[in-house]
Design a protein around this ligand. Structure first.
Ligand code: ATP
Length: 238
């Protein structure tokens, strides 16, 4: 197995305020890793560092064998690192179809783009039925699916998601998790999933990484995390 993403002794924060302290872990190719921890533990700060929105104060992030330090935000996307930030980054004024096309614009020729959009509709049935609806008209679950579809249309190697289950009904959360696992199984997509919804995230993850106040508390197979009562009570809240 090879690591697609390698985080090594990463320190990062905001101005003079350190948040992440010496965090190290890796995500194997075609693996699903759940990034867990309470509010304020540093999950979003870590994802922002991976995206290139925050510069680490020390340590390194390697993606697909390349040190990302000198690589800009857009170049990271072009190298196959896709993000779905918290809050579902879709353009609400545009239709479902237009949002998807926007996600694939840089990757496909105008002639290829239609086929790529159709592949997303084949994966997300509800989106196909809503293709001409504007973002405003979508339910929370449909928005999350659209944000996901928009991120994966360009066929990234790694998909990074920040709290995709936030505010969604349990049935919709289950659908999203099923889609992520199916994507991994059928396309070999690698997934890093930050979640407060620990049970849902661990239900699809091979591995769980737990942050507590900016430090790494655990990096273990999902089954081991759920069976460790002390860890569950202290950091995972169930
Ligand atoms: P949540 O689930 O609430 O998003 P999180 O685990 O993602 O939590 P972060 O958002 O990374 O945690 O926050 C980690 C720490 O960094 C918190 O103490 C937070 O107050 C602080 N922080 C977050 N954003 C900023 C910012 N823009 N400027 C200064 N401090 C920040």
């Amino acid at each position: 197995m090879t690591a697609l993403l390698e985080i090594d002794a990463l320190c990062a924060g905001y101005g003079e305020t350190p948040v992440l302290r010496e965090v190290s872990f890796s995500v194997q190719t075609a693996g699903i890793v759940a990034l867990l921890g309470a509010n304020g533990a540093g999950k979003t700060t870590l994802l922002r560092s991976i995206a290139g929105l925050i510069s680490p104060t020390s340590g390194s992030i390697r993606f697909d064998g390349v040190d990302l330090a000198p690589v800009g935000v857009e170049d990271r996307v072009r190298r196959g690192l896709a993000q779905v930030p918290e809050g579902r980054s879709i353009v609400a004024e545009l239709t479902v179809d237009e949002n998807l096309r926007l996600g694939g614009l840089w990757r496909f020729s105008p002639r290829e783009l239609g086929g790529a959009v159709d592949e997303i509709y084949a994966m997300f049935e509800p989106l196909a039925q809503r293709r001409n609806s504007s973002g405003h008209q979508l339910s929370g679950g449909e928005r999350q699916m659209l944000a996901l579809g928009r991120a994966i249309i360009a066929r990234p190697k790694l998909l990074v998601l920040d709290e995709p289950s936030l505010g969604l009904a349990p049935r919709v959360v289950a659908q999203i998790m099923t889609v992520l696992r199916r994507l991994r199984d059928t396309t070999g997509l690698t997934v890093l999933l930050a979640e407060q919804n620990v049970v849902s995230a661990l239900s699809i993850a091979d591995h769980g990484v737990v942050l507590g106040l900016g430090t790494l508390v655990a990096d273990r197979p999902s089954a081991e995390l759920t069976s460790d009562d002390a860890l569950r009570h202290a950091y995972l809240g169930f």
